[in-house]
Design a protein around this ligand. Structure first.
Ligand SMILES: O=P(O)(O)OC[C@H]1O[C@H](OP(=O)(O)OP(=O)(O)O)[C@H](O)[C@@H]1O
Ligand SMILES: Nc1nc2[nH]cnc2c(=O)[nH]1
Length: 126
């Protein structure tokens, strides 16, 4: 996120929300839990949701529904990684870094049982 916003040369605000459906597991529970909501209203604002990874699509689908109800001026999705072969729900990704194969990846913000988010690279389990 820090790398991304430093590459955008226009006035913007940043806000954070937290959802979880994997917890400490490498399999989705299928149930998305809202752990922390946004602080700021988004009605009438142009919003880009920044995700690290889109896997089944369940999380982004949940976020799209939740945020659309708040009537932003526009709502776009940016994701660093996408695993299209794993998709259970088709979701739009307007800005995508990389498509990857079906492997559990971690590092560079992505956790492995909550650890390894601080790795300066992305890797996968052998
Ligand atoms: O497309 P999906 O199958 O829904 O998976 C994508 C989601 O999985 C990860 O969150 P996770 O639920 O693991 O959050 P956590 O690491 O904070 O528990 C990731 O940050 C995405 O939000
Ligand atoms: N860390 C991590 N979280 C995920 N959530 C959905 N897929 C993945 C993945 O490959 N790695």
């Amino acid at each position: 996120m820090a790398d991304l916003v430093r590459a955008i040369d226009m006035p913007l605000t940043m806000d954070f929300l937290a959802v979880s459906s994997y917890g400490d597991s490498q399999k989705t529970s299928g149930e998305v839990e809202l752990i922390k909501d946004l602080r700021l209203p988004i009605a009438g604002r142009h919003v880009i949701v920044v995700e690290d990874i889109v896997d089944t699509g369940i999380t982004i689908n949940y976020l799209l529904r939740m945020l659309e109800a708040r009537q932003p001026a526009s709502l776009k999705i940016a994701a660093l990684l996408s695993k299209p072969s794993r998709r259970q729900i088709e979701v739009p990704i307007h800005y995508l870094g990389f498509e990857i194969e079906d492997a559990f990846v971690y590092g560079y913000g992505l956790d492995r049982s909550q650890f390894d988010r601080n790795l300066p690279f992305i890797t996968s389990q052998a």
